[in-house]
Structure formats: C-alpha cells, structure tokens
Design a protein around this ligand. Sequence first.
Ligand SMILES: [Zn+2]
Length: 290
Amino acid sequence: MEEETPATISTVRMKGAREACRRLPSCERYVRNARQRLVGRYIGRGGPGEGQVVAAVIDLRGRSYDDYIGSVKRLYKGNVIRDARKSDRQGFTCKPFVRAMCLPDIVAINRSKPERCGKPMRNEYLKTVEAMGGAPAERLQLAPPDCPEHYDIWWGVFAPSPGHVQGDVVTDERLLAYIDLRRLGSLALYSLILGHGEYLQHGIMYRLHFTIMEWILKRQDAAARGIEFLMYAGYHQGSEGLKLWKKKTGFEPARLVDGDGAGGTGPAFGREVALRSKLEGIWKKLKGLI
Ligand SMILES: [Zn+2]
C-alpha cells in the first residue's frame, strides 16, 4: 500500500499584506469570490473543517528557485526536469500574455482532446471564441495587474509560427498551453491549466510550471513578492496521471486555514475599500479642476 504523506496545516491570508494591497474594489471582489468558492471546501475557517478537501500545495516560504529545483530533482530521479527540457529543445518559450489576444488559440487548446483525465470536457471549456469575447481586432499590450496582491496573470507556452494570426492580429507565434495564475494575497492558485493534446508529449506543462515557479521564487516582480503558497486543487483529486504530475512537481498535501478571521471579507476591509474609492473620486475631481 502506498505510504500517505500527512497533510500539514497552513494558514493563508487572502486579503493580502496591508502595505502591498491597493485596497481596490476589485481586491474586495477577488476575496469575496474566493471565500465563496474556496472557504469551506479547500480552506477551513478557524481550523481545518470536517470533510475539507486536502489541497495540493507547494510551500514557498523561505525557498529559492534553486532549492525548489533541487528538491524536485530528488523526486522520481528528476525525470520532470528532462521533460521540461524537451519543450526548450522544440524552441518553445514561456511568458505571461493578454488572454483576450489569444482567444482563438485558447479555444483550439480546449478542444484539442475530447476528454481529459478520463472525463469529458466541462462546458466552460467548450465555449466558442465569440462566447469568450471574440477574436482580437488590435494588438493589446500586457500591463501589470491593478493590485500586486489580487490578480489573474495568464502564462503561456508559445511556439514560433511565422504568419500565425489571432483575429486581425499577426502574432507569429502559437499558444500551446496556458495557466491562469490567480493570486489572493499570500495564496496563489492554478485557477485554469490546460495544454494542447498534440504537444503534451514535449513536456510543455512541466516547462510552464517551472517558469512560473522561477518567477515567483526570484521575487523580483512586485506581483510575485509575498506569495507563500501555491495551490493546485485537491491533492487526491484527478486521474492517476494528474496526481502523479502534482507529486513529481513537488505539490504536497495541506489543509489550508483562513487566517483573515471570520466574517467574510470583513467590515473593516470593505470600509477601507469604500474610503479609498471615495478619496480617489475626490482626487480625480480635484485634478479636473486644476
Ligand atoms: Zn489587493
């Protein structure tokens, strides 16, 4: 019988660090939505809840990228590092991208396999380009998130592809895989993750994951600083292949606990957001008068 790694208990603070979060209305939305979707299911209130899903988590605290890669090399003889290099040998590159710029490629990825993990694709993965917002009519520039502690950053693997287009825009590259990295204060999670069925053999998902880990652990970008935990759904969820993928990349079982205290986003957080919006409104009006 397989030996079970005991789950650790880890406290997350989704409201983010006081000095770093910009306390925007969008921050409050992120926290509110996360509370609805995650608390009670993946994150316990006050302590691990009864029947709470054991999350797949990488503890990032005090770790460097080299430490992380060193620990992954010790697992499964480092096969995943070799797999990630296959992607590099194909000339593929990884970077953040503007989701709206790549919708046709995203739809192609979503439809590249009729089923994943032995199950048919969920409806949200079967949407058309039009239903997702339409193909781009112009080039859109990537901008830093409004708040460095609350955001979705889309990361992709790209293959050079001269003449490739998305809508009216010539991109000269094709998106092969994506991860929607969502940050909620000290917790980041893989909100959406998918690769094109025809390219999975080239190690693209490992490559993408390691690129994101490197970005987080180098902590040079304000949006990467202060992330303490990376979560990818449940540790025991998914097919055998997916569970093995999580183990090989260093995800460990953890029971997450909400460290922001009870009471939803909390009246104090809401008041702070409201006050800030009001002040910004006054400031804009003043600027208009000058
Ligand atoms: Zn924020």
